[in-house]
Design a protein around this ligand. Structure first.
Ligand SMILES: NC(=O)c1ccc[n+]([C@@H]2O[C@H](COP(=O)([O-])OP(=O)(O)OC[C@H]3O[C@@H](n4cnc5c(N)ncnc54)[C@H](O)[C@@H]3O)[C@@H](O)[C@H]2O)c1
Length: 343
């Protein structure tokens, strides 16, 4: 299969590219490369020519990206609340409008398979409960509102000649060659290693659905290869389990104490933005036979084995924190007067 992965230079995208190559597919990546192209370049060099990439912005659709493509995994865009709130207009153009245009391009090009990396944060703000794909969502922030617009646009285009699949991905954890330390488990791990202390805001009682990066990538692979009837116009929640933030801190602290490191947990005031929601992953298991493989505990152990734990400079590099890195890029561009904005 020939797959276009947008955002293939990112945290999830790199693992997805690796899995697609492993099963024999050819991969074309389009990415704005906000975080650099180093890990993707290495993957391309090892791919025997089966992975190629283009530096491009999904807001400027180039129809040639779709030449010879059988399926698209669409991951490009601003990937969290802080970066979306920082520039809501850019977020809207990237996450909402560009997704719709890319899908329209697929319809014109006859590319039927389209898997969209949406977000479980759509379930936030509804209230207590366990939510599934039939729940009426009421997104609040710029990020989730844009994801909902994109979902609706894809579902409107769904039909005989276009079979979009929406994956509402839980908060991701785990190791990728392009790390993110701004996701709850990974942040706790970094803080535990570098500061020996974890803060539980509001006691850390909030619920979050979570999933390992390799399982999210595998969910994309499964949808790209599933019978069209099982994925056309379908929404699937993707997560391993719902956890309370307090529980995650204990799992990280316990894992480190097994390695002889002391980590203390301390309560702290609630921040302004608090996410608290749970969801069910039953539909994807029942319909597609997809079961996530890696628990938080297993993934923490893998990360502890792979990360340079004594290299504080690496662990605290702003490149691994999306909003911190985007702020650095903004400053550089502003000082060079090269562009009015990096966004
Ligand atoms: N990581 C999570 O916990 C999580 C959870 C739910 C949904 N998602 C969604 O999954 C997708 C991938 O997330 P990630 O964690 O890999 O994020 P990431 O920030 O690591 O990767 C996003 C990639 O998209 C690229 N990109 C951004 N804007 C672009 C544009 N306009 N044109 C072309 N490329 C652009 C970036 O350069 C980056 O390589 C995102 O759409 C995100 O919203 C992520």
């Amino acid at each position: 299969m020939h797959v276009l992965v947008t955002g293939g230079g990112g945290y999830i995208g790199l693992e997805l590219c690796r899995q697609l190559l492993e099963r024999g597919d050819s991969v074309r990546v389009v990415d704005r490369f906000f975080f650099g192209d180093g890990p993707l370049r290495e993957l391309a060099e090892r791919s025997g020519g089966r992975l190629t990439y283009v530096a491009g912005d999904v807001r400027d659709l180039n129809e040639s990206w779709l030449d010879g493509i059988d399926g698209v995994s669409h991951l490009a865009g601003l990937s969290n609340d802080p970066t979306a709130e920082y520039n809501p207009d850019a977020n809207w153009q990237m996450n909402a409008v560009a997704t719709e245009r890319l899908a329209q391009g697929c319809v014109r090009a006859g590319v039927r398979r389209f898997v969209f990396g949406s977000s479980a944060s759509l379930y936030d703000g509804i209230g207590p409960g366990m939510f599934d794909e039939r729940t009426e969502v009421r997104p609040r922030g710029a990020y989730s509102i844009s994801k909902k617009y994109a979902e609706d646009a894809l579902l409107r285009l769904s039909g005989e000649s276009f079979a979009p699949t929406i994956l509402r991905q839980g908060t991701v954890y785990g190791w990728s060659p392009r790390m993110r330390f701004d996701l709850v488990v990974n942040t706790f791990l970094k803080d535990a290693v570098t500061a020996g202390k974890l803060y539980l805001h509001g006691g850390g009682w909030q619920w979050r659905p979570l999933v390992d990066v390799s399982d999210v990538a595998r969910a994309h692979v499964v949808c790209l290869g599933a019978p069209l009837g099982a994925v056309r116009g379908e929404i699937y929640n993707v997560m391993e389990e719902n956890y309370q933030v307090r529980q995650l801190a204990m799992l990280v602290a316990g894992s480190l104490s097994l390695r002889g490191r002391t980590v203390t947990l301390e309560e702290a005031p609630l921040p302004k933005l608090v996410r608290d929601y749970r969801m069910s992953n039953l539909k994807m298991t029942q319909r597609l036979g997809f079961t996530p493989a890696l628990t938080v505990l297993e993934s923490i152990d893998l990360m502890l084995g792979k990360l340079p734990l004594d290299d504080v400079g690496f662990l605290t590099n702003p490149r691994w924190y999306n909003i911190a890195w985007m702020s650095v890029l903004e400053e550089v561009h502003a000082s060079q007067r090269a562009f009015p904005s990096i966004y």
